[in-house]
Design a protein around this ligand. Structure first.
Ligand SMILES: Cc1ncc(COP(=O)(O)O)c(C=O)c1O
Length: 431
């Protein structure tokens, strides 16, 4: 064991998982590659968990941060006017498509979701929330309460009353073999049933990820959330889209993941990619919803001058270079190369994705059961070949890839080919 790993184990929580048998210490980065402490360079297809949206050492972001630091002010608090924060809020409000939108900045996705849940429960005078099975919304009490993934559910203590909906569980025996239309119908009937039988009146909101990040990029059929929203609207129930992983055009076809369902939500939460590594998250919501809190609120560090300088530069870069179009263009390059594996290899259960969010389920070749063991083996094999990827899914059996949105076609092909090689090697060894 390396000295740093031993020190890590001694002082860091045991539940803070490290990847790889011999964990990596990343020390430098440039473009879409990182180099570890042993001098080994990797193409990065996980981007610090879907966060280094522009890759590494981007001059525009670095210079914006340096300009702010050179002014001598890293923090003032929101007691004073913050030009960078107002500018960023204006951009996000405009991009959101939400009428009369207002924005509140936080330091993380967890805090963003906490805020959205607070807005919805206050507006509706109810602690009842609908959430999706297999979801992940954060690590605090409130966000764990709406997380429907046992692997991340540390506590049942909850400030909310939560009911879980179907929509991303096509493998459930009750739904197997159903086409999209029938599955949507059954899910909507279940939502109606939950509201008619299981909840007290006045449910506050539904919170949902358009593509479930930690849940292994599982996704509802297009149109499901529009069908859900029709029912929600009948009851005045609000809709919160958790865009922490799916925002900023990563899914290629739409700027927000929920766009694929033709829905404009009442609120959206965001974090991860916005600051290209600098800590910033937030909520964008209808102005009346945002303004509806009955008491004061503040996030001391939320939207501070350094993180908003990084976020403004990141968002401008993303829009100037139309990285959403890049995600739309490269998604098929990656998926077309990986899809055939599902038919040809017994260890590959399914391949799916939208834009630069794509996933491969690893299964046991004999039983077809989810295989976290084989997923871990593919991680080791991709690492040996110079590629970083992620893992996820309800059973930890899903390979998750979300490279920087600045990925070139050459890099897409390089990473895809390494993935195919690594999965093929693991498949051969598993038989
Ligand atoms: C969809 C989603 N929501 C919320 C969060 C929580 O964000 P954070 O880790 O920044 O608190 C995550 C983190 O992975 C996420 O994927």
């Amino acid at each position: 064991m390396s000295d740093l790993l031993a020190r890590h184990r001694a002082v860091m929580p045991s539940w803070l998982a490290l990847y790889y048998d011999n964990p990596i210490e990343i020390v430098t980065g440039k473009g879409n590659r990182v180099t570890d402490a042993d001098g080994v360079t990797y193409l990065d297809f996980f981007a610090g968990i879907v966060t280094n949206m522009l890759g590494y050492d981007v001059a525009e972001v670095r210079e914006a941060v340096e300009r702010q630091l050179a002014r001598g002010v890293a923090h003032t608090s929101t007691l004073y006017l913050l030009r960078g924060q107002v500018e960023l809020a204006e951009k996000i409000a405009r991009l959101s498509g939400i009428p009369d939108a207002k924005v509140f900045f936080t330091n993380s996705g967890t805090e963003a979701n906490e805020t959205a849940l607070l807005l919805a429960t206050c507006a509706r005078g109810s602690d009842q929330v609908l959430a999706m099975r297999n979801s992940y919304h954060g690590r605090s009490y409130g966000t764990i309460a709406v997380t429907g993934n046992r692997g991340w559910k540390n506590s049942s203590l909850s400030p909310l009353n939560v009911h879980y909906l179907h929509g991303t569980d096509r493998d459930h025996p009750a739904f197997r073999g159903m086409g999209d239309e029938e599955y949507v119908e059954v899910c909507v009937a279940d939502l109606r049933d939950v509201l008619a039988t299981a909840t007290a009146p006045d449910v506050a909101c539904l919170i949902a990820e358009p593509v479930q990040g930690v849940g292994g990029f599982a996704m509802a059929p297009e149109g499901l959330f529009a069908a859900y929203k029709e029912v929600l609207d009948e009851h005045g129930i609000l809709f919160v889209s958790d865009e922490v992983q799916t925002g900023w055009g990563r899914t290629g076809s739409h700027f927000w993941g929920i766009g694929a369902h033709g829905v404009v939500p009442d609120a959206m939460t965001f974090a991860k990619g916005l600051g290209n590594g600098f800590a910033i998250g937030g909520v964008v919501a209808r102005g009346d919803l945002m303004d509806g809190l009955p008491a004061n609120g503040v996030a001391t560090f939320g939207g501070n001058p350094v993180s908003t300088a990084a976020a403004n530069a990141t968002l401008d870069y993303l829009l100037d270079h139309d990285l959403q179009a890049n995600a739309a263009r490269l998604g098929p390059v990656l998926l077309d190369g990986l899809r055939p594996l599902a038919a040809s290899l017994a260890t590959v259960g399914a391949v799916r994705g939208r834009g630069l969010m794509f996933a491969v389920d690893m299964v046991e070749p004999d039983s077809g059961e989810p295989s976290p063991r084989l997923a871990a083996a593919v991680l080791e094999e991709t690492r040996r070949r110079g590629l970083l990827i992620g893992k996820g899914g309800l059973h930890g059996h899903t390979l998750r890839m979300a490279p920087p949105m600045t990925l070139s076609e050459e890099e897409a092909r390089e990473g895809r080919d390494i993935l195919v090689e690594a999965i093929t090697a693991v498949d051969a060894a598993a038989r």
